[in-house]
Design a protein around this ligand. Structure first.
Ligand SMILES: C[S@@+](CC[C@H](N)C(=O)[O-])C[C@H]1O[C@@H](n2cnc3c(N)ncnc32)[C@H](O)[C@@H]1O
Length: 227
């Protein structure tokens, strides 16, 4: 073998080793993140009241439910078994990484009826077909184009469908919309005004759905219906 060929072989070997090391590193990071997500969600289960939030949607097998701002799937993964086998969860988010973890977790859990959708800030890019229920959890305050999102949701929802919105609000409600958004919070009143302007009817409001003494914020929960 010539010195040149030997050098090429050594370089190829080194490149392969680097590639394997990178794959192992990424796989290890993914496993760690999945473990962290599970641990964080287990703790969240102790105070977030997910059964009541999801219960407000009154889901039935066969229904299509949208989780707008699904993140890594705290709610979407809990909802998928409730609408299975023929119903589906459309999990929409802007962050590809969160959706990738949600996709992996759905496969790990054998939840074939959960679809991840990479939405745009003003368009959830829902597939055609009526939506039976929608959840916006811990996300409404982040919406930069709430009117566009609400318009699309209202149009895609069938009459009678429920929209459940749960979010954090300031204890003192003197902030403007932009100040509140910057603080990751919004008053129930401000959100309700925006949502009902789009034609949704208010079914239920709990302004102190979660009130933990240690927290700066309180959580409100509202249930709306498309007439
Ligand atoms: C605080 S996280 C909440 C995630 C999840 N709902 C939960 O409770 O664990 C808010 C999520 O909303 C997403 N988001 C913000 N604006 C959005 C939009 N217009 N459409 C879809 N997702 C959005 C963000 O990318 C983020 O993942």
């Amino acid at each position: 073998m010539t010195a040149y060929a030997l050098q090429r072989r050594t370089l190829a070997g080194a490149a392969l080793l680097l590639l394997v090391a990178a794959v192992v590193f990424v796989a290890d990071q993914m496993v760690r993140t999945l473990g962290t997500l599970t641990a964080v969600e287990r703790e969240r289960d102790t105070w977030q009241r997910p059964e009541e939030i999801i219960g407000s949607l009154d889901l039935r097998p066969g229904q299509t439910v949208v989780d707008l701002g699904s993140g890594a799937g705290y709610f979407a993964l809990k909802m998928a078994p409730l609408v299975a086998p023929t119903g589906r969860v459309l999990a929409v988010d802007l962050r590809r990484q969160s959706l990738a973890f949600l996709w992996i977790r759905a496969r790990q859990g054998g939840l074939a009826n959960l679809a991840v959708i990479h939405g745009e800030p003003d368009n959830p890019r829902l597939p055609p077909g009526p939506v039976d229920a929608a959840l916006i959890a811990n996300t409404y305050h982040e919406l930069t184009a709430p009117d566009r999102i609400l318009k699309v949701l209202f149009t895609s929802m069938r009459p009678g469908a429920r929209l459940v919105v749960v979010d954090r609000g300031p204890r003192a409600s003197t902030e403007s919309r932009s100040e509140a958004t910057a603080h990751h919070e919004l008053t129930a009143t401000a959100a309700r005004d925006e949502i009902t302007r789009h034609g949704f009817l208010t079914e239920f409001t709990d302004e102190r759905f979660i009130d933990r003494a240690a927290d700066e914020d309180i959580w409100w929960l509202m249930v709306f219906r498309k007439p």
